[in-house]
Design a protein around this ligand. Structure first.
Ligand SMILES: Cc1cc2nc3c(=O)[nH]c(=O)nc-3n(C[C@H](O)[C@H](O)[C@H](O)COP(=O)(O)OP(=O)(O)OC[C@H]3O[C@@H](n4cnc5c(N)ncnc54)[C@H](O)[C@@H]3O)c2cc1C
Length: 218
């Protein structure tokens, strides 16, 4: 939930990524830093929700990648909107930014958004990108990420077996991974459960608490 000043914009494009995930393109109200978010509402006086920006700093429009919660308030309504429809959006804000070059980025589901924004802006900043999803349709931007990051882009599929993809959760992959040197930072983004579980594995494997920085989608 959020209560930011909002500005009316028209939806530019609305893309179906898979059965329950959409990529929504909006005009860019101002510049932003990779990792920042916007607050969104379907009417000026309606309830707001937060979404990480899922496009690069230099892209001319902004995108958000959202998961439709069928029993949620905003996302089922958002899903019905078409290009040209109005939406109310805040200016970008947030402090999950200033990523350190060469860090590890660990995400689940739509939690990849801030890291994809960083990748679009400065791909060389991404030391390793580990993305957890249910099945093949969960690996948004897979071709682009594979082409640029190669072996430093790791997919973890918790349900079906997917080619060239670790079978299991991000936490399970981390248990067996050779971690980076002690100075490396780990940025986490996803549900509270994913962030807490991933942080616990990192700490149990000797990573300092202050090297772990998280954004939780509550
Ligand atoms: C910093 C931040 C960034 C975020 N970025 C993204 C992003 O990039 N992409 C994305 O998809 N999401 C993101 N989120 C989550 C997003 O803000 C919304 O919470 C999400 O889209 C659900 O909104 P909704 O209105 O559809 O569902 P809501 O109405 O908020 O409901 C969410 C879930 O809670 C359940 N629920 C609602 N009320 C109750 C209740 N009283 N008791 C029990 N259960 C209840 C609903 O059934 C539903 O499953 C982010 C959140 C934060 C905090």
């Amino acid at each position: 939930m959020s209560n930011k000043p909002l500005f009316e914009v028209r939806i530019l494009r609305h893309e179906r990524i898979n059965e329950q995930v959409r990529l929504l393109w909006l005009p860019k109200l101002s510049s932003f830093k990779a990792g920042q978010m916007v607050s969104i509402s379907i009417a000026p006086d309606s309830s707001q929700r937060l979404y990480s920006i899922c496009s690069g700093e230099k892209d001319s429009d902004i995108a958000i990648l959202y998961d439709i919660k069928r029993d949620g308030f905003l996302t089922p309504k958002l899903d019905e909107l078409l290009a040209g429809n109005s939406l109310w959006v805040s200016a970008p804000f947030g402090s999950f930014t200033d990523f350190v070059k060469g860090s590890w980025f660990l995400a689940s589901g739509t939690g990849i958004a801030p890291f994809y924004s960083l990748f679009r802006t400065n791909p060389e900043f991404v030391g390793k990108l580990v993305h957890g999803g249910r099945d093949e349709s969960s690996f948004y931007f897979m071709n682009e990420l594979t082409e640029t990051l190669g072996e430093n882009y790791i997919r973890c599929s918790s349900r079906g077996i997917v080619k060239d993809t670790f079978h299991g959760r991000v936490t399970e992959w981390l248990q067996g991974a050779q971690l980076a040197d002690a100075a490396t930072k780990y940025y986490l983004c996803g549900s509270a459960e994913m962030v807490v579980d991933t942080r616990d594995v990192l700490i149990s494997r000797g990573v300092d608490y202050d090297k772990i920085i998280s954004e939780i989608y509550f």
